[in-house]
Design a protein around this ligand. Sequence first.
Ligand code: ZN
Ligand code: ZN
Length: 352
Amino acid sequence: MRGRGDRLAGALAEAELDRYLVTDLTNVRYLTGFTGTNGACICGPDLRLFLTDFRYTERAAAEVEGWETLTIGSDWLQGIAERLRGRVGFEDDQVSVRLLGKLKEKLGEGTEMVAAGGRVAGLRRVKDAEELATIAEASKLADAAWAWALERGLAGRRERDVARATEARIRELGGDPSFPVIVAAGPSAALPHAEPGEREIGRGELVVFDMGAKLDGYCSDGTRTFATGEPGERARGVYEVVRQAQAAALGAIRAGVRGEDVDSAARKPIGDAGYGERFGHALGHGVGLEVHEGPRLSQRSEDVLAPGEVVTVEPGIYLPGDLGVRIEDLVVVGEGALRNLSSLPKELQLVE
Ligand code: ZN
Ligand code: ZN
């Protein structure tokens, strides 16, 4: 974790900040290793200070690496304010206006708060070898949960029952679901963020099955669309368009490519097939300590891909009242070929 504080300090010098206050707990965890629910970091050229309260002193001693730990007694904000100097960057995308106002009241003379959010999120985009190994492991765990779920069959069961049973299986395998499992069949699958319902999955339907596992704080995310028996020519046609779009996007991913261009690579075949209006979400997103983080693969993204970033590639076509298809892989961006962490096949699988 020490290297992470150094990288942050380097970024601060560029922004002419004397101190940087990190209050977002995921960012605190990333920098220090701390997993408790109250902590903050102050970073400066020669300062790596982690603050917590008495409830977490012991946990901090066990977890925090490369940062000096300080337990703050009664007045949390006062304890922080006393350790801020000069131009202090803070996470304006995380800190409430109210909290900022209270903190400002306690600052010493000559100390000023500067909106400077997103610095740690920027660092988090590129994963180190250990993070990549954990995410790959999480992805493998999810794939194992899928295999288990498919063995039990989908047709004749309620979407919600399949989803809950799969979440339980993820826990049995030693992880946690990184978000509530999505199982959406037939017309329900036409909603990109469908919640599993009471509906019984029929025969010959397409079933969108979206899930991820979380291990040591790191998430995976993937989707497959299965058919409960022969779904018919039209459904197969839609599936094939999505599969080709997904392959095109995977082929476009490498370091130096813009997120917008990868998104376009998937959008083109879907548009050509006449379904442009039916692919209403972004192509993909970064995954790490959070299941949605940078970089973004979308038409509005200004991100440029870098080696070591982990992103999803998840085109879909959704026909309201009828059916939906989404195929999502989790991949590691490389200088050349990407590394695909998803092992499930992508030809349409007919399942029970
Ligand atoms: Zn996703
Ligand atoms: Zn997903």
